[in-house]
Write a protein that binds this ligand. Structure first.
Ligand code: GH3
Ligand code: MG
Ligand code: MG
Ligand code: MG
Length: 298
């Protein structure tokens, strides 16, 4: 089933906008803008499912709009259908090369526009589902390593471009091997799930996330967070896991499950590779273990 989608129509011709709106408004929620500039501003504040984009417009043209959409991580996956009176094969090929999903020639048939829009929305729905399934860890049902790597890479590039801070936390359950040995692997799995959910629940800002890094290790990515704030957040995570009070009688540092955390921050336009951030966090984690566990080291 296709749910009502948000569709942005970008065309400088008022009549075209009107006809397209009438064609699609019964099945979808329609937004209209008359220029490429306005389209790029609009998608910053509203998540749309599909864009129908005119090519020839005063100001920036449709090709340029598509290029800019593709460069931005929040808009690169929005399907774009070009709609144009430019019907040469070269124009059409250029549209596809830039990443358009479809190309409709003006004048258009409303029934065909409806069908093509529906096709693209169905493909998008399936792609979103696949993307979601490929990004979730099977045991804990939180984001997995693949999601972490892709998102960290994107956030690192964004931080470097904008000169904003970015913090990464590596989180490791203390004496977890002893937990498995003492309570069994099934109980170990349950413990991992509970810790994972406590970590995720502590992320209040929509831009922060925690992923399963592997085994009994997790990573948190905190965009726009400096070292001081990252340490505060790490404390919150440590408190959240302590508050679970999961008994661990075989632990060597406490009577319940605890975590150790390494913190790394890139700040003040400092440039180093994203893997170095993880390595720095890993170094902090190693020191946290070395200094008795249930600790946080930046
Ligand atoms: P430390 O405090 O130094 O981190 O000690 P540790 O025992 O937690 O560290 P170590 O790396 O020696 O052991 C990690 C353990 O985590 C070993 C492994 O069996 C367990 N583990 C990893 N993935 C899973 C999992 O999916 N389920 C369960 N039950 N255990 C897991
Ligand atoms: Mg036009
Ligand atoms: Mg470990
Ligand atoms: Mg461990």
């Amino acid at each position: 089933m296709l749910k009502k989608a948000k569709i942005l129509i970008v065309d400088d011709d008022p009549l075209n906008r009107l006809v397209l709106e009438k064609t699609l408004a019964n099945d979808h929620e329609i937004f209209l803008v008359e220029s490429g500039e306005k389209a790029l501003t609009f998608v910053k504040s509203t998540a749309v499912d599909l864009i129908i984009l005119d090519i020839v417009m005063p100001g920036i043209n449709g090709y340029e709009v598509l290029i800019q959409l593709k460069e931005n991580s929040t808009t690169h996956a929005i399907p774009v259908i070009f709609i144009s009176a430019n019907t040469s094969h070269d124009d059409e090929a250029k549209g596809f090369e830039l990443g358009a999903m479809d190309y409709i020639a003006k004048p258009f048939s409303p029934a065909i526009v409806r069908a093509r829009v529906r096709n693209q929305l169905l493909i998008k729905q399936k792609n979103d589902l696949l993307e979601m399934l490929a990004s979730i860890d099977g045991l804990t049902e939180i984001p997995n390593r693949r999601y972490l790597d892709e998102s960290l890479s994107r956030e690192w590039r964004r931080s470097r471009r904008a000169g904003t801070p970015l913090s990464v936390l590596l989180i490791d359950i203390d004496h977890f091997k002893r937990y498995n040995d003492c309570y069994g692997h099934r109980a170990g799995d349950d413990c991992l799930k509970r810790v994972a959910h406590a970590l995720v629940a502590a992320c209040e800002r929509g831009t922060d996330f925690v992923a399963r890094y592997g085994g009994e290790e997790f990573a948190a990515v905190l965009p726009d967070i400096n070292q001081y704030e990252a340490l505060e957040f790490a404390n919150k995570l440590r408190d959240a896991v302590n508050a679970l009070a999961i008994p661990h009688k075989a632990s060597l540092n406490a009577a319940h499950i605890t975590i150790s955390i390494g913190v790394a921050t890139t700040e003040f336009g400092q440039v180093y590779a994203e893997h170095i951030l993880l390595e720095e966090a890993d170094l902090g984690l190693y020191q946290a273990k070395d200094s008795g566990r249930d600790k946080i080291i930046a």
